[in-house]
Design a protein around this ligand. Sequence first.
Ligand code: NG6
Ligand code: CA
Length: 514
Amino acid sequence: MNRRAFLSTLGGAAASRAFGRAPEKPNIVLIYSDDVGYGDLGCYGARRVATPNLDRLAAGGVLFTNAHASSATCTPSRYTLLTGEYAWRRKDTAILPGDAPALIRPGRATLASMLHGHGYRTGAVGKWHLGLGEGNLDWNGEIKPGPLEIGFDSAFLIPATGDRVPCVFVENHRVAGLDPNDPIRVSYQNPVGGEPLGRDHPELLRLLPSHGHDQAIVNGVSRIGYMAGGKSARWVDEDIADTLAAKATAFIEGSRANPFFLYFATHDIHVPRLPNPRFEGKSGMGPRGDAIAELDWSVGRVLDTLDRLGLASNTLVLFSSDNGPVVDDGYRDMAVEKLGDHKPAGPLRGGKYSNFDGGTRVPMMVRWPRRVRKDAVSPALASHVDLFASLAALTGAPLGRGDAPDSLNQLRTFLGESKSGRAYVVEHAGALALIQGDWKYIEPGKGQKINRNTNTELGNDPQPQLYRLSRDVGEKNNLAAQFPGRVRAMAALLDKIKRGPTGASQPSPHSSYV
Ligand code: NG6
Ligand code: CA
């Protein structure tokens, strides 16, 4: 019997006692990028933009070819990631306006509260988009509840998105850098403060909208929603990545005495795409490609900081994206014109907003030198919904009954130790889709087939759709008519999943579904 086998016979607590200290928990850095597609990174085959840091992350760990965000847009994906509950179970998890109240209420178990309860220092840096406050928020006062009320020790946030007001950072409970003599006003109903609006004053804009985005003008860019005041607190778009990377690395520096959990949600590569001038022209694809270069730089800052502090070997770094890619998401930023042969979704059909896999199958890499094999590629079916239960298992945190209701312990999948992964996963866009093994079923949907603004194939069809992904990853051949039995079985499974949660903390967990 070797030492490890011997220890396992003693059980965790006794083993720790015998050898004087508990096993060292890894630090966890979750880098959650925005709108980055399956084909957008060098390690996923992109050629026109260099992503050396993301490629280095991939080479140091495992790269997933079948990993999924739970929804094809931001708010629901983030909700699911943090709560372990499929967002589509709730009606209020659509893309939120910037003045929405906190979606995840205090007292709710989150990934952050779970890790916090098990000795982690927890920090959120970057895009939030999960609502703040109780409604009718006064941005000049205390901003809560928010991340600090659901398990984060510190937060430095873009409250919603870069294209939504208020265009200021929120640090813990306050707007950062706010001058009390110039209070902020925000509305999503009516103009405030008499400032010029994008729709009336295109001559004031340096980036024109292509659809929507014609309300408040901040830094020469018109946004969604109205705001006035708070001039000293307004962000400079070109500096957002620098600011967030500095906050992320400062959090790591300040937390190194503990195990820490950093949720680093980048603004890149969401619109408006205004990367720092030092990335201009890096991709030849205009600002969308240059924003990928900037994203890569931010990841490099985090990896370099871990190296410098000697933390890399026991830090689990997971990189992924909240939903698939979109080229024109509302600004005339040359993304369409300069795309050339770059394929943001790689071989997948659709993109952000879509029921096709382009909407939710996203890049995901996991590096943890102490445990995860280098240079590995995993085809396992993996979903962000499982991070909660999996990281709970990693840190030895028991799941409370009903916590993370749809989350399964897929730790071995995330660590590249199991190639099978989940038996099935639900994807969410306009309709719901179910992936089970080789097959994908998209339930009949009433919505439009194509979003004419973004030019995305949405995958809605009044008829059921069935694709054999193993042979048809581009979802071109609908086999529903050929395999009616399979359609019926998958529709029945989806209905069953819809009726109630399916996670490890449930009285009848997922084993009863497969
Ligand atoms: C859409 C916006 C889009 C983007 C998206 C949210 C318009 C016309 N389009 O409503 O630009 O902001 O919401 O993106 O307003 S997400 O990644 O945060 O989900
Ligand atoms: Ca997004």
